[in-house]
Design a protein around this ligand. Structure first.
Ligand code: NAD
Length: 326
């Protein structure tokens, strides 16, 4: 099958591309390399360097390849930076989405698979159920929810199939070590390799369900399956860890303890999803323990060596900005 993966040079997208290539799908990766890298791209996939917001360029590519399935992952997923760089985040997350969906519909794509996030739940009562009514608390979650709602409406009008997946706290090899704003696991690993302190914002009681990339990708591939159209899935592990307990796991890599900074505005305290539908329809299973996943990620990070962080533009400079982001 001819498949487009936007954001396919990034972390999750590149693992997904490898899996689809392995299954003999014809994969075309669209990415502007703002967060991803060519190193991640399988040489059996076609790569097109493009910003999804370039609607004329996108029209041409869709016209040429006419993909049956689109996985849309292109995004700036820096959730905690979103409040400080609202223009870039909303434009990369919503504008890029609608400028991918429109040519998909125009050239008669069959199924659009959208990578949303559990950020849409905000601070709802835990565990977050796939059937809960979302209540996002940050701009990242708001843009994801806007895209979800747009898909519902446009699918009613044009009749294409769609699937919404909400992964959470994914980590593993190929995660961007240079991004100082997101991905706690590789931020900490890079800090340790660079002989710098590694930070927890707030008291470290915030709780997440960390999920190894390979486990997520297995579920994403199953989104091709016939009977999941119109469904929403939380994708990831059931096992919850506070950041303090994640830091304790890091004692296998360093004897340095984490340092603490003030909490960040609008950071959700407990992001604990349930995965009933993903288990039922996508056969989602956790195969990789946190200990094993961290070990594999650490081996990969060590191979990359310490990386210089890339600090993007901050659109609103405020006292609330974490001091290590300046
Ligand atoms: N990593 C997680 O824990 C997690 C959790 C929930 C949801 N997600 C979602 O999964 C998707 C992939 O996340 P990731 O962690 O692999 O991030 P990533 O930053 O590694 O990948 C995103 C890719 O999109 C590309 N990109 C960004 N804007 C673009 C644009 N306008 N045009 C073309 N390409 C563009 C970047 O270059 C990058 O390669 C995102 O949509 C994210 O919101 C990730």
């Amino acid at each position: 099958m001819k498949v487009f993966i936007t954001g396919g040079a990034g972390f999750i997208g590149s693992h997904l591309a490898d899996k689809l290539v392995e299954k003999n799908h014809k994969v075309v990766i669209l990415d502007d390399l703002s967060g991803g890298t060519k190193k991640n791209i399988s040489n059996q996939a076609v790569f097109v360097k493009i910003d999804c917001r370039d609607n004329k360029g996108m029209d041409k590519i869709f016209k040429k390849h006419k993909p049956e399935v689109v996985f849309h992952l292109a995004c700036n997923a820096a959730e905690n930076k979103a409040q400080f760089s609202p223009i870039d985040i909303t434009s990369r997350n919503y504008d890029a989405f609608i400028k991918t969906l429109t040519p998909f519909i125009k050239y008669k794509g069959k199924r659009f698979i959208f990578t949303s996030s559990v950020a849409v739940y905000g601070s709802l009562q835990i565990p977050f159920r796939e059937t809960d009514k979302p209540e996002p608390e940050d701009l990242y979650g708001i843009t994801k929810l806007a895209a979800e709602k747009t898909l519902e409406v446009m699918s009613k009008v044009y009749g294409f199939e769609y699937v919404i997946v909400r992964p959470h706290n994914v980590y593993g090899p190929r995660q961007n070590m240079r991004d100082p704003y997101r991905n706690v696991v590789t931020i900490w690993m890079n800090a340790i390799l660079s002989n710098k302190p590694y930070y927890i914002y707030g008291d470290g009681s915030q709780t997440r369900c960390f999920t190894f990339a390979e486990d997520v990708v297995r579920a994403l591939v199953r989104c091709f399956n016939g009977k999941v159209s119109g469904r929403i899935f939380n994708i990831g592990s059931d096992k919850k860890y506070s950041l303090n307990s994640l830091a304790r796991h890091f004692s296998q890599f360093t004897n340095k303890k984490a340092s603490y900074l003030p909490e960040r505005p609008q950071e959700v305290k407990f992001a604990i999803p349930e995965h009933k539908l993903a288990k039922k329809y996508l056969n989602y299973r956790d195969k990789t323990s946190l200990r094993e996943g961290l070990r594999l990620t650490w081996e990969w990070c060590k191979k990359q060596g310490p990386q210089e962080a890339i600090y993007g533009e901050i659109e609103i400079k405020s006292k609330k900005l974490p001091k290590n982001w300046i």
